[in-house]
Design a protein around this ligand. Sequence first.
Ligand code: ADP
Ligand code: MG
Length: 265
Amino acid sequence: MLKIKNLEKIFYRGTPNENIAINKIDLTVNEGDFITIVGSNGAGKSTLLNSIAGVFPVENGTIILDNEDITKKTEYKCAQKIGRVFQNPLAGTSPEMTIEENLSLAISKSNNLSLKWGLSKHKREIMRKHLEKIDLGLEKRLTTKVKLLSGGQRQALTLLMATVANPRLLLLDEHTAALDPATAIKIKNLTAELVNENNITTLMITHNMEDAIKMGNRLIMMDGGKIIYDIPAAEKADLTIEKLLKMFEIKHGGKFNNDRMLLSV
Ligand SMILES: Nc1ncnc2c1ncn2[C@@H]1O[C@H](COP(=O)(O)OP(=O)(O)O)[C@@H](O)[C@H]1O
Ligand SMILES: [Mg+2]
């Protein structure tokens, strides 16, 4: 459903600081894939997701989503089909709006009802049902401003908003990295639940090797702007952190250099 061919992203091209962040990547994602992405610092993981989401133009290559060439589409256009959650819990929601206003916008987006503000009783009922699922008591706080929520609550709401919008593709960039360990576990469980329930094709960057192995049906390892391993479900089942680190060292020719990742091993 997603086909990336010969993708190249170069920052500061033609200057002494030229940086090939994505080096001719090919990637085919199948409907329903839940791919975890790991890699060293600066491997190009975030740049890959940003390229797919239309954040910046790419130098070369094509990105096809559902048979449509989205390579040159803007971030705003891509957002109609692509849901995203970032590391920063403050990034995905509007602080001055209430929980129901935020969620209502996300639901409207899924129905192509651009900014439909009507908060009918029926709509509130639907929102309550969605919020009950995340089990943080937010269904009783529909009119609370989002700025009053904790980081974990905001991240849960962001994730819910990204999934109720029925995206064709969900991009998660270390979305639990800024949360305390207990909250991170909750959000990870919620992620697995929402993705599986709605069968959303998902790419999830994580610095946690164990999560990368446990979650999803496919694991991609990146280094130096390239995909160095693409491990299918059958092989993933036998992976261990030690094996994964060894595999990295074989291709990279040196030790793994993601401090945060190693700290969470
Ligand atoms: N917006 C940007 N402007 C300039 N350089 C960038 C930008 N985003 C990423 N880079 C550079 O591209 C490379 C890959 O970065 P990134 O994709 O963020 O790595 P990762 O997410 O794997 O840690 C790094 O060298 C980084 O400094
Ligand atoms: Mg990154």
